[in-house]
Design a binder for this molecule. Sequence first.
Ligand code: MIC
Ligand code: SF4
Length: 638
Amino acid sequence: MATVTQKIISGHLAEGSLPEAGEEIALRIDQTLTQDATGTMAYLEFEALDIPRVKTELSVSYVDHNMLQTDFRNADDHDYLKSVAAKYGILFSRPGNGICHQVHLERFAVPGRTLLGSDSHTPTAGGVGSLAIGAGGLDVALAMGGKPFTMNMPEVVGVKLTGKLQPWISAKDVILELLRILKVKGGVGKVFEYFGPGVETLEVPERATITNMGAELGATTSVFPSDEKTGEYLWLQGRADSWKELKADSETDFSEIIELDLSGIEPNVARPHMPDQVCKVSELEGKKANQVIVGSCTNSSYRDLMTVALALKGKKVHPDVSFCVLPGSRQVYETLARNGALADLVSAGARILEAACGPCIGMGQAPRSGAVTVRTFNRNFRGRCGTQDAEAYLVSPETAAAVALNGTFSDPRKLGGAIKVPPEKPIIDDSMVTRPPEDGSLTEIVRGPNIAPLPELRPVEDRMEKEVLLKTGDNVTTDHIMPAGAKILPLRSNIPAISEYVYVNVDPEFPKRAKEKGGGFIIGGENYGQGSSREHAAIAPLYLGVRTVIAKNFARIHKANLVNWGIVPLEFENPSDYDLVEQGDVISLESLEEGIRSGKVKAVNKTKGKEFNAVCSLGGKSKEVLLAGGSIMHAKSA
Ligand code: MIC
Ligand code: SF4
C-alpha cells in the first residue's frame, strides 16, 4: 500500500528500502532538464566531471531564459550549450522552441519516471504523474553522470480534491488558494500529492499549473496520479506509449490530508510582493492596472491562451493597459496561429512575444515606474519584473483577460457565458529539438569570451572568525541574493562578473564590503533562499568570501546548493539567538569539522561577548560533501 510518490521513490532508490520522512535518500534519476540561465554552469560542471556521455534515459537542454540578444553574450552561451549537447548526448531544444517546463510536459514527461531539472519549476511535469524535482545545476550535472540524487525523504501530504471548478475559475485559483492557507514555507520537506474525485475534472495542463506553483509552497515536488485524462493528453501528443496508470492505494498512506472543494474556490490574486499574499479578486475590484501579461511556465498552455483568446475575441483591450502574451511553446504558438486565435489576440491589442520566459524573469517588458502589473506568472518578488517600485499581482488567465478588457481589477465571472476549451490535437513538430549524434566525441565545444572558469574550491576550514556582512529577515529569496533581469542574467556563465550584483537591490554596498573584509558571514531568518534553484546565489557569494550562512532555517534547494559549493549552512538552535547578532559583529566558529559531523557547532559573538549554538542538520552523505569543499571536490576525491 503506497502513495504515487512512495511508489515512484521505492522504484528508484539507489539502495535500501523506503525510510522515514526526513531521512536522507539516494534517488536514481531517469531524465534531466536544464535551461540556459542555469545550464551554462551545469554543463561547465559536467565537463569538470570528465564523463564522456550522459548516463540518463533522456537529458534535454533548453534555451528559454536568456533570449534577449542585446549583445554577443547570450548568443555565445546558446552556441556553447548547443555544442555541449552534441558532444555529450543531450537533446537541444533551440531558442524559440519554448519554455523548458511546457515543452517537457508536452513532449518528454512520462508517468512514473523521475526527472531532475536545474529549475525550481521542474515539478510542472508532475501534471502527468512524473516525480519531477528542481535542483541546483551541480546536482543535475551529477545526475547526468549517472549519480543518484541525494535528498531527504519527504512527507507525502494528500490534497483531496472534491467538487468541480465553476466557470471562469481555473487551476491558478486552486494553487493560490493553497498558498493562502499554507504560505510560502508551508511545503518545506513535503510532496503534495493530489487525489480524490475532483482530480478527473482537471485536464493535464490545469494539473501542471498546480504542480508548477507548488514550488512557491517550498515543496520538494507536487504530483497528480496518472489516469485516463493523462492517457488522453499523451495520446494527443502522439505519445500514447508513454502512458501507464498510477494512483495511490489508499488515503491512509498520506501523512496528512488537506481537503479542497473545487466548487467553492473563487478567483484569487496574489498581491505584492509574495505569492502567498492571496486575497479574492473581488476585494481589489476597480483597482487600476497598467500592464497585463499572460504567459510563463505556469499559464502558457494551449488551454490557457485559447481561453484568453476566446474571452477577448471581437473586443479591444483597455487603452491604458499594455497587454502582452507569450505562448509557452512553439507547439502552442503554431496551434493558435493556425486556428486563428492568434489573430483574435492581435486584433484585441495584444503585444505577442516569443515562446520564452521573457518578462517573468525581467527579460523585457519592465513596466513603468510605480506600475500595477497583473501577470499569470508564479512569482511577484519586489523588482523581479525589472521595475523596483512596481507592484506585481499574480492571477489566472481568466482574471488577466478581465483586467485587460476593463483596465481595472474585475471578477472574470462578469465576462458573461462560460468558456470551455476542450483538449485538441496540437501541431506536433519536434524539428526545433536537435538530436545529438551517436558519437559526439569529436564535437568541438564553442566557448565565447563571457564564459569564465569556475571559482577556486577548498575544503571547509576548521576555524572561522569573520564579520557578519549582512543580516536579513525572513523569506529572503534567491532573487534578493542574486537578482536576474536583462542586465544581470547574461552574466550567468561568468561568476566574477555576476558577483558584483550579489544582494545589490537589498544593499548596493554588499559586494564591495564583502571583498574589503575578505569575506564573512550572512545571517538569515526563516526560509532563507526560497524561490529559484539558481546556484549562483551560492557560487557568487562564495566567490566574495562567504563560507558560512547562519539562518533560522533554509529553503530546500538553496541549502543543497550551499552544501554543493562547500558553504556551511547552520541553523540557530534557539531561533531567538538570531536577535543576539547584528551586522558588523565578529563571529568565531571553532572545531567546525567536528561540529559539522556531530551536528552542533558552538558560535561566539566576539563583539557582544555572547555564545550560541548552531545546528548543522544534514545527512551523512551531505556532510561528507560539505567537508570536502562541495560536490566537485568530493567527486574528485572519490
Ligand atoms: C525563476 O523562475 O526564478 C528561474 C529563473 O526560472 C529560476 C532559475 C534561474 O534562476 O535560472 C528557477 O526558478 O529556478
Ligand atoms: Fe521561466 Fe518564469 Fe518559469 Fe522561471 S518561473 S522557468 S523564469 S517562466
